[in-house]
Design a protein around this ligand. Structure first.
Ligand code: CA
Length: 243
């Protein structure tokens, strides 16, 4: 609520506090300046231990976290945050070409990643997207009413129908949230693989997506054999029903 009040009062200027944990000084300062230019307040530290300490103060909304850091690497920082149950968005920076580092980072709870080199503008766009997402999460109710007397709680990952409660997997919850957020357009399998699974290439079986959709329909559709909510758009993907 505070976020949206700020948003309208400052008419376009961004608000929010970002911590940059990056040991390459010129890069860290470049990121800081680009974010400050957009209106964010930005703190910078140069190693993992200082980063973790700063995050624990709880003052930051989002962390831009390099993986290769002195003191403690970014992956260990992320894992520590998850263990401590800290609710902070993280965007990781990786210098390596290997997918495995990105995958490990996302598994450890990172919300997004960027591969070096990148332009400061690109980074600012990603950071802003995370803030929009955060605002959406905090302002929209997690409960969604569906036809057929079904209610889905996207935070608790539960589907209520009559007095029956069915659990959604975290992945099913993410897919559903994504479809609902993008209800104004057709969502392709690639969209889901990139934005929900965070796969950056098309090598993964798109059938994985279809299997999850079938499972999800079974849990939420009034009649899973003739889906109304998650509609198939032949040759293109899926679309959330328009109510
Ligand atoms: Ca580094």
């Amino acid at each position: 609520m505070i976020m949206s009040e700020f948003g309208s009062a400052t008419a376009g200027m961004q608000t929010g506090r970002v911590l940059v944990v990056e040991d390459e000084e010129s890069l860290a300062l470049g990121i800081r300046d680009a974010l400050r230019h957009e209106g964010y307040s930005v703190d910078v530290v140069h190693d993992g231990i200082d980063g973790l300490e700063a995050i624990r103060q709880g003052q930051h909304d989002l962390i831009v976290l390099d993986i290769m850091l002195p003191g403690m690497n970014g992956l260990d920082v992320l894992r520590t945050l998850r263990k401590e149950n800290r609710d902070v968005r993280t965007l990781i920076l990786t210098a390596r070409a290997e997918e495995s580092e990105v995958v490990q980072g996302l598994d450890a709870g990172a919300d997004d990643y960027m591969k070096k080199p990148f332009s400061p503008r690109e980074l600012v766009a990603r950071v802003s997207a995370q803030f929009r997402r955060r605002e959406m999460d905090s302002t929209s109710s997690a409960k969604v009413d569906l036809p057929g007397g079904t209610t889905v709680d996207l935070d608790r990952l539960e589907v209520f129908r009559g007095d029956e409660v069915t659990a959604l997997t975290p992945r099913e919850g993410d897919i559903l949230r994504y479809l609902i957020e993008h209800r104004d357009r057709v969502v392709t399998r690639d969209d889901l693989l990139v934005d929900v699974w965070h796969y950056s290439n098309g090598k993964v079986e798109t059938r994985t997506v279809d299997i999850h959709i079938v499972g999800l329909r079974r849990k939420i559709e009034p009649d899973p054999s003739t889906p109304q909510l998650i509609q198939t758009v032949r040759g293109r993907g899926y679309r959330w029903y328009d109510n």
